[in-house]
Design a binder for this molecule. Structure first.
Ligand SMILES: C=C(O[C@@H]1C=C(C(=O)O)C=C[C@H]1O)C(=O)O
Length: 469
């Protein structure tokens, strides 16, 4: 599907008289709406109604940023998390969307969202994070890579144990505004389908190309051009049937409850790395770099703490600390600790900051502004940043698209939660592009890095092939 650029929200008139519902969602369709002068965003608390991901109505166009989600068959996987601790947002339907490129893509999205918000009335009876007006955002890695923002027509959310639904316009709005508990209508309008057989295109050539790129990156580091660069591999796959994004999301959420299971405009994955959460005056970032994986003898205990991993991790933490310390009164940077996932263990540091007093409230930098300032951290770019970006452009000529860039949601008052789009694939019908990368430093061994990249593709390969280990 080619991105459309829509600078104005789709008005009811533009949808035409025959318009009913832009998605396959049918659960909340009620009587025709009364005419309203101003479009209203309505958020209402609702009774808990099963896993968030179960509400996504269509195979395509899923919007998600969910943690500890489960979905059907949640008890199958050993790693399944209890769904009562599930939190996040899912959305569907498009009230408005923007696709932009350029070094100021995040700024353009921020301005567009501010203007859109200024034209909407908000009736929020929930008042938790993520309620009220939100946009899902997925930025491009490089200036030329398109960035996408979507304001959904319907959002289902859960934070701090509170369930809510937000709707703008359309049938869901009418049901929400008129009935006390509209949730009985939620559930997939179309059954979730497997993508069928998966074929990978020239996997050996992809690995050989990657190993050569890592070798070249190492050579440049050793000759002193830069200290660290993250080099990514891509793997293309074709599926027997058009991919149902929900199939991937359910699988990822079950298997990786500690990750944020995301989907925005066909980019689907489960990332362990939180680039930035802004909640009022508090900012949080979980930095990952330095990796070992299960099945390798040296995975346990001390090996994660090798000088190479500690150095790799240090670049990433410093790159985040530098940006956040400029806007924070206080910034806590604890020692790194292991983050154990189903297939990998990363060195992890969670930084927490308090935004500078003068910068609080309306003048505070928004979550999107901060995420754009942080991007690319040395966890996905390198050090120094600009040299690493140039090396990535050269050694990854296909371009990254939205892989390894900020993905998540933002609110109109500047809060939001944005991860780094990792362990993901871009899905377009039966075509799937998987990407995964590794931080390269002077001591990196190309063969080992190629194996690490392969391990990082396992979450998405398993999801596509519906394999549970
Ligand atoms: C680049 C990726 O992962 C990043 C690189 C890591 C590393 O090199 O150790 C670890 C976590 C991520 O910050 C990826 O998963 O594609």
């Amino acid at each position: 599907m080619r991105p459309r650029r829509i600078s104005q929200p789709l008005s009811r008139a533009a949808q035409g008289p025959g318009w009913t519902c832009p998605t396959d969602y049918v659960g909340l369709v009620t009587a025709a709406p009364a005419a309203r002068a101003t479009t209203t965003v309505v958020s209402r608390p609702v009774a808990a109604a099963g896993p968030l991901l179960d509400s996504l109505p269509s195979p395509r166009g899923a919007l998600s940023f969910v943690r500890r989600g489960s979905g059907p068959g949640a008890t199958e996987g050993a790693a399944a998390g209890p769904s009562d601790r599930e939190e996040g947002l899912v959305g569907w339907g498009e009230y408005a969307r923007l696709v932009v490129t350029g070094p100021d893509a995040a700024e353009q999205i921020g301005r567009w969202f501010d203007e859109l918000a200024a034209g909407l009335a908000v009736d929020d009876q929930v008042g938790v994070r993520g309620s009220g007006l939100v946009a899902f955002v997925s930025l491009g890695f490089d200036d030329g890579d398109p960035s996408v923002a979507v304001v959904p027509q319907v959002v289902r959310g859960r934070f701090a144990g509170r369930d809510f639904v937000t709707a703008i316009d359309g049938s869901a709005y009418d049901a929400l505004a008129r009935t006390a508990s509209p949730l009985s209508g939620f559930g997939p309008a179309r059954p979730v389908r497997s993508p069928g057989a998966v074929t990978y295109q020239e996997p050996d050539a992809a690995i050989a190309g990657y190993t050569a790129a890592v070798q070249e990156a190492g050579r440049r580091i050793r000759r002193g051009d830069l200290d660290k660069v993250v080099i990514a591999q891509e793997l293309r796959a074709t599926t027997g049937r058009p991919v149902d994004e929900r199939f991937l999301l359910h699988h990822l959420a079950r298997r990786y409850p500690d990750c944020w299971t995301f989907a925005v405009d066909g980019l689907v994955g489960a990332t362990p790395e939180l680039l930035l959460r802004r909640q009022g005056g508090t900012v949080t970032s979980r930095v990952l770099a330095g990796t070992t994986w299960h099945g390798r003898a040296e995975v346990t205990g001390g090996s994660l703490g090798t000088a190479k991993n500690v150095a790799e991790h240090g670049y990433a933490v410093r790159s985040v600390a530098q940006v956040l310390s400029a806007v924070c009164d206080e910034l806590t940077i604890p020692d790194p600790e292991p983050l154990v996932l189903a297939n990998l263990t990363h060195l992890s540091t969670t930084l927490v900051g308090t935004l500078r007093a003068g910068a609080a409230g309306k003048d505070a930098p928004s979550a999107l502004t901060l995420a754009a300032a942080l991007h690319p951290t040395a966890a996905v770019g390198g050090a120094p940043t600009e040299v690493a970006r140039a090396v990535i452009r050269e050694l990854e000529p296909a371009g990254r698209g939205r892989y390894a860039a900020p993905v998540g949601w933002i609110t109109a008052d500047g809060d939001g939660e944005l991860g780094i789009a990792l362990r993901c694939a871009h899905v377009d019908g039966q075509d799937v592009r998987l990407q995964a990368g590794c931080g390269i430093v002077a001591e990196s061994d190309p063969g080992t890095e190629a194996r690490e990249a392969a391990v990082k593709m396992i979450p998405m390969r398993d999801a596509l092939e519906n394999r549970l280990h």
